[in-house]
Write a protein that binds this ligand. Structure first.
Ligand code: FAD
Length: 511
């Protein structure tokens, strides 16, 4: 097993304070983690610091879909759709346990709408250019009813495929893989200042757990802080004797909310796209024994760390859910989350702003990357590290090769089906239900073996961590030993996602 724990973090922080790095990445969301992996795999020395926890920002608060963005076709953004579909195919290949196909329905009883959907999907699948994960089909009313048993009426529709993931776990898996390639990473470590006069040469960092302060020196600093990018870029202008202006990064954060419904409230085995009150669409997606729905898209100018879910957000999402699933009310909502999109530009309605990424390379030594999607993080990282490599060329790193990440597996080597078959033999030998095998492989990839080893040594770890929920005790142990979870919130919100199932969950002191 690859250890990635509090001890790993302590060793990384010590190295950061002593060594000089080619690249310091600020931000441990999917963008920063992806950049750390790309750079480390090309042979650069890399450090990454995250002020809170990996995926504590937007990367743990998304719709959890790895998708081509069908609706961007409407805006004619063919390049973005093509790139997203290509990346969806690549991630499905690199992490088949974490990025899995999910059937998605668009419902329409009239022929004209179905024909429009099918025409759009034909273009969509063509843009996937050989990396499609399944072709769309017309669905009869009986087929729709079988897939979505809770639906209030009978209707026909069209079924196509996207991929679903666990965004926080994907981020952590990319961070772990970067560590395997030699990157030094630490969560709960905040950048408070940028160093250097003229060129940026590093950052001052505070360990948020101890209050200790130290400096990290690097030839290039990458600002991958999502909705905080403007704040961090502005530090460049504030450094003592900087002799330079900060980068002008203009972001228009947009809030997106999801609601989670209690088991049985919204009965569906498939995901679907549902029209909301204002003509936008909301995804309704099964998640283990729950279903979540979202998202909203509204301009946001409040506290970036704690975007709140308001009554208006709840009403908006329910306006899309209740016409399909009559009888669902606010009382069925057991959890929720709100995330902020780091959208570029200003002035336009947020839903119209581009999801493309942008790289700023001023002042010298600082690269700021903003925008993009979870789905396209790998391509964004490749683009950024290509730019960094060109910059480092002058600093003696011109021998760097191209990105290698399209061939680096993320936590599972080989087929997920084979891994589940092997795991099933082991878990049934331990007296556990065979479905535990799929759960362990989907969450831990190759490390399902370590989970089995721990349960064998202490059978109580095969029991649920919280009565009535599916998370096992072993998952709490692995969160700390292989996923650098340091606080209870790290464990509950992002590693085990217990709070996705029930917002009120707390661990007992002994857990
Ligand atoms: C509601 C919603 C739904 C979405 N759904 C999807 C989807 O289904 N599919 C998809 O492809 N995309 C989706 N997206 C987009 C996607 O989630 C984002 O593009 C992506 O997660 C952004 O990642 P990031 O790493 O750039 O930012 P973040 O994940 O926000 O990471 C930035 C990190 O920087 C850290 N940081 C900030 N300041 C400092 C500092 N001073 N020192 C150290 N660290 C610092 C923060 O704590 C944070 O963890 C969605 C977005 C939203 C809001």
């Amino acid at each position: 097993m690859l250890t990635f724990s509090a001890q790993t973090r302590a060793a990384s922080l010590a190295r950061m304070a002593e060594d000089a790095f080619d690249v310091l990445v600020i931000g441990g969301g999917i963008t920063g983690a992806g950049i750390a992996l790309d750079a480390a795999a090309r042979g650069l020395s890399v450090a990454l610091v995250e002020k809170d926890d990996f995926a504590a920002g937007t990367s743990g608060r998304s719709s959890r879909l790895v998708h081509g963005g069908l609706r961007y076709l409407e805006h004619g953004e063919l390049g973005l759709v093509r790139e997203s579909l290509r990346e969806r195919g690549t991630l499905y290949r690199l992490a088949p346990h974490l990025v899995r196909p999910v059937p998605m329905y668009m419902l329409a009883d009239d022929l004209r709408h179905r024909a429009t959907y099918r025409a759009g999907l034909t273009v969509y699948e063509a843009l996937a250019a050989g990396r499609n994960i399944g072709y769309h089909q017309a669905a009869s009313a009986d087929q729709v009813a079988a897939a979505i048993p809770g639906l209030g009426g009978r209707t026909r529709g069209v079924r196509y495929f996207e991929c679903q993931t666990d965004d926080a776990r994907l981020t952590i898996e990319v961070a772990r893989t970067a560590h395997a390639y030699g990157a030094q990473l630490a969560n709960h470590a905040r950048v408070t200042a940028l160093l250097g006069a003229g060129r940026v040469t590093g950052a001052a960092v505070t360990d948020e757990l101890t209050g200790e302060r130290f400096e990290v020196r690097a030839t290039v600093v990458v600002n991958a802080t999502g909705v905080w990018a403007a704040e961090v870029a502005a530090l460049a202008g504030r450094a003592a004797g900087a002799g330079r202006a900060g980068t002008e990064v203009s972001l228009s954060p947009s809030k997106g909310v999801h609601l989670v419904f209690a088991p049985g409230a919204v009965r569906t085995t498939a995901a679907m796209v549902a029209p909301a009150a204002d003509g936008r669409f909301v995804f309704i997606v099964p998640w283990e024994d729950r279903v979540y729905a979202g998202t909203t898209d509204t301009p946001y100018d409040g506290d970036l760390s704690q975007p709140e879910v308001t009554d208006a957000d709840r009403d908006y999402i329910l306006s899309a859910v209740t016409p399909l699933f009559p009888g669902v009310t606010r009382r069925d909502v057991v959890a929720s989350w709100a995330g902020l999109r780091p959208l570029l530009g200003g002035g336009a309605k947020t839903a119209d702003l581009s999801r493309k990424h942008k790289i700023f390379d001023e002042p010298p030594g600082l690269f700021t990357i903003t925008g993009g999607k979870l789905t396209t993080y790998r391509a964004m990282a490749q683009d950024l590290v290509d730019r960094v490599a060109a910059d480092l060329g002058g600093a003696g790193a011109s021998g760097l090769g191209p990105s290698r990440t399209s061939d680096i597996p993320l936590g599972l080597h080989g087929s997920a089906v084979t891994a589940v078959e092997l795991a099933r033999d082991e878990v049934t030998r331990l007296g556990l239900p065979s479905r535990v095998a799929a759960r362990l492989v989907q969450r831990y990839g190759d490390d399902w073996r370590e989970a089995v080893r721990l349960i064998r040594a202490d059978p109580s770890l095969g029991e649920p961590a919280v009565a009535g929920l599916r998370v096992l005790g072993v998952e709490l142990a692995l969160a700390r030993s292989r996923e650098m979870a340091l606080t209870e919130e790290d464990v509950l919100v992002r590693r085990t996602r217990l709070t996705t199932r029930d917002a009120s969950v707390r661990l007992t002191p002994s857990a």
